[in-house]
Design a protein around this ligand. Structure first.
Ligand code: 5RP
Length: 212
């Protein structure tokens, strides 16, 4: 089974803070993400900076785009992003227009998805979804468990590449043992630590333990 990638979500309020963390942990992760919070604060400039810092890495733009798909995708692509998120409640037209500009469109799952919609995403060529526990849901007491695992497995059976995110820590990884997850996305468990490089390496080691 292929080892899942590790994506670091940079959800800082300033680009300077995000750059400082990326210098430390960026070389260790597989994908560097401009998180939604940083997108809203510092926009496409963040993508340009990380593309320059990490010319050989995958750069993700977590826009959670809900409309104007082709424009937002073009902006992300021009800045240097390989991946960009659209929110599950966006229309098929928005997703299709984003996909026409940037191949790496990922649908981020919150509460507005269904298996019927997933079939439609496949029909327009979308191959990647992000299974997300929102930070607000986690704060309200949600936990990772079998219900999540079953949904993840079903998306994989349908042929999607799946990323998993939302309050992940080292203990969450083993829950997915034996499941061909494409990417684990961790934010605060890396970026909020005193030593982000060590935290990123600990994630990579934990992933390798279960996907040797
Ligand atoms: C917020 C996000 C986060 O980037 C993602 O959930 C990872 O962050 P954390 O591990 O800190 O929850 O998409 O909308």
């Amino acid at each position: 089974m292929i080892k899942p990638k590790l994506q670091m979500a940079l959800d800082q309020n300033t680009l300077a803070e995000a750059v400082a963390i990326a210098h430390l942990a960026g070389p260790i992760v597989d994908i560097v993400e401009v998180g939604t919070i940083l997108e809203l604060q510092e926009g496409q400039q963040s993508i340009r900076v990380f593309r320059k810092m990490f010319p050989d890495k995958i750069i993700a733009s977590d826009t959670k785009c809900a409309d104007a798909g082709s424009t937002v995708a073009q902006n992300s692509k021009d800045a240097g992003a390989d991946l960009m998120t659209v929110i599950d409640s966006a229309t098929i037209a928005t997703m299709k227009s984003a996909k026409s500009v940037l191949d790496g469109i990922q649908v981020e799952l919150y509460t507005a998805w269904s298996w019927e919609l997933a079939e439609q995403w496949k029909e327009i060529g979308i191959k990647q979804v992000i299974y997300h526990q929102s930070r607000d849901a986690l704060l309200a007491g949600e936990v990772w468990g079998d219900k999540d695992l079953n949904i993840v497995k079903k998306f994989i059976e349908l042929g999607f590449e799946i990323s998993v995110t939302g309050g992940l820590d080292l203990n969450t990884i083993k829950l997915f043992e034996g499941v061909p997850v494409t990417t684990f996305i961790a934010g605060r468990a890396i970026t909020g630590q005193d030593n982000p490089a060590k935290a990123a390496q600990d994630f990579q080691d934990e992933i390798r333990k279960y996907w040797p």
